[in-house]
Design a binder for this molecule. Structure first.
Ligand code: URA
Ligand code: CA
Length: 436
């Protein structure tokens, strides 16, 4: 394998063989191919693309760079869930306990926040005592005993992707459809589930800015899953505006608890019920997506989903005693913002709000950065809602030493209030590999 030749071949629009791609990934993972050559190859892919066969070969090579998790000792159909990442996307924290309460074993490995997109592991870390680092044996035992475990993805799972994603993040090559599709699906294959529900985000607050690109990514990932023997139910959903009303780590845990208690933001609740329904269906506990959704609603109404979240938190060493008693987020740094005029919420810009939370210390610019898990913001009015002058629109949860007035001005500017009552779509498309 000659890396320079493979870079030139892709640069000039050629098609690599599966063996060439495997050689490149094995060489990179072993440290024989240096970062600068791998980065140049990624940039060539960014401009030239990959064929379906090349993307499948890349996915297989990355999935094979570490061991595949063996979930066979857990009875039942194991269902994973993945979002391509957005703002206020608390769906995993809501859907995992709903699906587990419905009898679908949930062995969930999640990533950390990066840039303006949140990560489930950081949100879970906001819960006092919660251990996100479980050994594989502990992880499996917990799923067997409690039907659910939510932990951080260890470095052994897909080491090639961990290296490549960090390299892409530093070299302007994240936003490539075949590189995203192979990155996501190699991790899903390595994580060992039988089925996966994919939520492909589309809009200003997502990697994929337009529907055409998001639908192409959805189709590519569905095909990669099917080729690997995994059933895929996929959605393209809106990320023009934030999904939930909470942005930040502990505030998103609070909103997840609210949705599991029958409240929370309407968009987050609606999408969570649909996705949980798809997980229940993929797990063989419902015949149709509609039946799955009805079961998801019943799990919320009966309190069983919230009980399952508490059970998971307790099993992982966390404190669940605050649930139903008080919010997890400390309230002493709260700073409220009020509407300056009557009207409707015409628009909410997701990246601007996520940047405010990052500038309070609630996000990660580089993967080594520390995160303040207690800071965040909460919208009290959803997009399209009527507002009266002087009503509370949002609250920032900051801490001493932050320029709260300036941050609040920026947050307020991201929420446009005017005379128009706009309609905000939520789900654009759905695909089920079983029906393809
Ligand atoms: N999420 C991933 O896991 N990989 C990508 O390349 C982009 C988003
Ligand atoms: Ca970057």
């Amino acid at each position: 394998m000659n890396a320079e030749r493979l870079i030139e071949k892709k640069r000039d629009g050629g098609v690599l063989t599966a063996e060439e791609i495997r050689g490149l990934i094995e060489g990179y993972t072993a440290g024989d191919v240096p970062d600068y050559q791998m980065a140049a190859w990624c940039m060539a892919v960014y401009f030239q693309g990959l064929t379906a066969a090349e993307t499948a070969a890349l996915t297989r090579a990355m999935a094979a760079s570490g061991p595949r998790a063996d979930l066979s000792s857990i009875p039942g159909v194991k269902v994973d869930k993945h979002s391509t990442g957005g703002v206020g996307d608390t769906v995993t924290l809501v859907t995992a306990p709903i699906a587990a309460a419905a009898g679908v074993p949930i062995a969930k490995l999640s990533g950390r926040s990066l840039g303006f997109t949140g990560g489930t592991v950081d949100k879970l870390s906001a819960i006092p005592g919660y251990r996100t680092a479980l050994s594989f044996e502990e992880f499996i035992r917990q799923v067997r005993e409690h039907g659910i475990a939510m932990a951080g993805q260890s470095a052994e799972l897909c080491p090639a992707d961990a290296l490549l994603y960090a390299l892409r993040d530093a070299t302007g090559t994240v936003e490539s459809l075949p590189l995203i599709a192979s990155s996501v699906m190699s991790k899903k294959i390595a994580a060992g589930a039988d089925a996966v529900v994919l939520d492909v985000k589309c809009g200003r607050g997502a990697f994929m800015k337009n529907r055409k690109a998001a639908e192409a990514l959805m189709e590519e990932m569905t095909a990669l899953g099917t080729a690997a023997g995994i059933r895929v139910i996929a959605f393209v959903t809106d990320m023009e505006i934030p999904l939930g009303c909470a942005i930040g780590n502990s505030v998103e845990v609070d909103e997840a608890v609210e949705v599991l208690s029958g409240g929370g933001g309407q968009r987050l609740a609606a999408l969570s019920k649909t996705i949980a329904g798809a997980m229940i269906c993929a797990g063989g506990k419902a015949e149709t997506l509609a039946e799955g959704r009805r079961i998801a609603e019943a799990m919320i109404e009966s309190g069983r989903a919230l009980d399952k979240l508490k059970e998971c938190i307790t099993a992982q060493g966390g404190d669940a005693s605050w649930i139903g008693v008080r919010p997890l987020t400390p309230q002493d740094g709260a700073y409220d913002v009020y509407a300056g005029a009557d009207g409707y919420v015409e628009d909410i810009r997701p990246v601007e709000l996520a940047r405010v939370v990052m500038d309070m210390g609630g996000g990660r610019e580089k993967k080594e950065d520390d995160v303040d898990l207690t800071v965040g913001l909460r919208l009290w009015k959803e997009a399209g809602a009527p507002v009266a002058k002087g009503e509370k629109v949002l609250t920032l949860y900051g801490r001493d030493g932050l320029p709260m007035e300036a941050l609040a001005r920026r947050a307020a500017a991201a929420v446009r209030i005017g005379p128009e009552r706009n309609v905000f779509p939520l789900i654009y498309r759905m695909a089920d590999s079983r029906e393809a």
